[in-house]
Ligand binder design. Structure first.
Ligand SMILES: [Zn+2]
Length: 223
């Protein structure tokens, strides 16, 4: 028992901020402050999206460490960022269903987990702490494995994703927010919205993301 306790203590003392190396668990106060959410609403056509910030500087570095570097110590920080974006869409609604966009098998293998689904789950916990009844609604699945979007231009991304998602029937009477990590062209969120709306007029408030590309491409309009 004594050894276990020491091992647990070592885990804490050995931990440091994954962004600057400051000792402690998770992101330190300074880094978290530098990443304070600045939710920016914009629209993709008629679809409303709120990102916690732009995909630049410290936020871009943090997202890279989290997504590519596998820094699970940043999970809590990312969940707070996402909660801030969701709250802008929700205004003062008492409850929300968070719908993660689906992950390809390749991405799940590379990351070792379904990053967006895990993010949605942690975000629901953060929202509950501020009195919002949030639950994850895993409505969406891929009907085929899509290509890695990174090297694709805007029209190729749209073609790559067109018809790639299917949605289960959304719950009635629960406003929904579609959750993604980074919005580049918006093709993923729009495909997700299309799939959910096939069931009729579900109450989709919009999409929420951790960041939006710094130079939004044609079709994205600031509000
Ligand atoms: Zn730090």
């Amino acid at each position: 028992m004594g050894e276990l306790w020491r091992a647990a203590l070592d885990l804490v003392l050995g931990a440091c901020c994954p962004l600057c190396g400051e000792p402690g668990a998770g992101a330190c106060r300074r880094c978290a402050t530098a990443l304070a959410p600045e939710p920016s609403p914009f629209t993709l056509g008629a679809f409303e999206v709120v990102a916690a910030g732009t995909h630049t500087d410290a936020r871009r570095d943090a997202l890279l460490a989290w997504k590519v570097g596998g820094e699970v110590a940043l999970d809590a920080l990312m969940a707070h960022q996402m909660a801030a974006a969701v709250l802008v869409l929700l205004e003062d609604g008492p409850s929300v269903g968070l719908v993660p966009v689906p992950t390809t098998r390749r991405s799940r293998r590379e990351r070792g987990r379904d990053l967006v689904a895990d993010l949605a789950a942690r975000t629901a916990t953060v929202l509950a702490e501020v009195g919002v009844g949030a639950r994850v609604e895993r409505l969406l699945r891929l009907t085929r494995q899509t290509r890695d979007q990174h090297a694709l231009d805007r029209s190729s991304r749209r073609r790559n994703l067109a018809g790639s998602m299917r949605s289960s029937e959304p719950p009635r009477g629960v406003p929904l927010v579609l959750v993604d990590d980074v919005v580049t062209t918006g093709a993923t969120l729009l495909e997700a919205a299309r799939a959910v709306s096939r069931w009729g007029p579900a109450e989709v408030l919009g999409g929420a993301a951790l960041a939006v590309a710094s130079h939004p491409t044609e079709g994205i309009r600031s509000r």
